[in-house]
Design a protein. Structure first.
Length: 353
């Protein structure tokens, strides 16, 4: 009798462990906060069409100029390197009240249902992690030095040892990230069909954040966010870099000459007084810096003054103003992008023969 009861107890314990382990593995693909927002307890309770509307911040993170890295490393070494970095970023996202919705290419999409400032603080902390990551990476030999941080790439050491880099000493490469953030209403839910479904976000919030992430390449910026995220500007070092033209949540209507600045334009007429957030027909876009001593943060703001000229339609004066900025700060990516756009506008369309 006792032996029979013990056997049943062991069987029940084994079944409980199997179910718990299955649930834990599922949560690696669908995070618990997502399940909570969808008001389900486990992945098994999710059905096609399960959905919920939430307000939150979307953060898109992407790596810059990774073609060199792909050429330098073997596939196993490449994924070990990327996982070593993402293994440090993902815990940061959770620590600041967010969760990673999905990994996109060599970057990620994170959602923050809580306070907007936490998403920005997380983005700033990611910059610090990226700098530390570079200190542990020998870009010449292709060897990653140190632990992975998140444990996702093994016990640390080198990435693939002597076989990680292709062909001895490779070109110098430093990890550089770009992030775009936007806040608004998002619809989360399951999409697909009965045999294949996925949890996704249907919202312009993610689309705007994605555009801003791409715009960091154009502007040479690390973090771009909209005014909806930067609702407490005094807490962060920032400057205005332009506007997204939009109507409500639709950000697809943009000026025809703004292709080189990722659908961002200058200040609107009602954005005077140096306040980039006053436009009622556009989303103000800001560059956020990790410190207050960045030379691009100045008062008065020459880039802001030039943007105001551009928004007022005085492209000639705006071009001259951006050129003056570049004389003193040749590395200012925002001024350079707008100077190039002014030159295109002044040149006008090229007519065929």
């Amino acid at each position: 009798m006792i032996a029979s009861q013990a056997a049943i107890a062991l069987q029940n314990a084994s079944m409980f462990w199997t179910v718990s382990e299955h649930r834990r593995r599922c949560e690696r693909f669908v995070p618990l906060p997502m399940l909570s927002l969808l008001d389900v307890r486990s992945v098994s309770e999710m059905e096609l069409g399960t959905s919920a509307r939430v307000d939150g911040t979307a953060l898109l993170l992407g790596l810059r100029d990774t073609a060199q890295l792909h050429a330098m490393l073997t596939p196993p070494a490449l994924f070990q390197y990327l996982n070593a970095f993402l293994g440090q970023v993902s815990p940061l996202v959770r620590a600041y009240g967010g969760f990673v919705h999905k990994y996109v290419g060599d970057g990620l999409l994170a959602l923050f249902p809580e306070e907007k400032a936490l998403a920005l603080k997380c983005a700033l902390e990611v910059l610090r992690v990226a700098e530390l990551h570079n200190e542990k990476w020998d870009a010449g030999s292709g060897v990653y030095i140190g632990q992975s941080g998140g444990g996702s790439s093994g016990s640390g050491g080198s990435v693939g040892g002597g076989e990680s880099a292709r062909g001895g000493e490779g070109p110098q490469w430093q990890l550089c990230v770009g992030m775009g953030l936007h806040y608004g209403s998002m619809v989360l839910g399951t999409l697909g069909e009965s045999e294949r479904m996925d949890v996704t976000v249907v919202s312009d919030v993610v689309g705007v954040a994605s555009r801003l992430e791409r715009a960091t390449k154009t502007f040479g910026a690390r973090i771009l966010c909209t005014g909806r995220v930067l609702d407490k500007p005094m807490n962060f070092a920032h400057r205005c870099v332009g506007h997204f033209e939009c109507c409500g949540e639709d950000t697809t209507n943009t000026s025809s000459n703004s292709s080189n600045s990722s659908n961002i334009r200058g200040r609107s007429d009602n954005g005077g007084g140096g306040d980039c957030s006053k436009s009622s027909k556009a989303l103000a876009v800001f560059e956020v810096f990790p410190g207050t001593r960045d030379p691009r943060i100045r008062a008065p703001d020459p880039v802001g003054d030039a943007l105001e000229l551009f928004g007022a339609g005085d492209v000639v004066a705006a071009a001259a103003a951006f050129s003056r900025v570049l004389l003193h700060s040749p590395g200012d990516g925002v001024a350079r992008a707008w100077a190039e756009l002014c030159a295109e506008v002044l040149q006008g369309p090229v007519r065929g023969g």
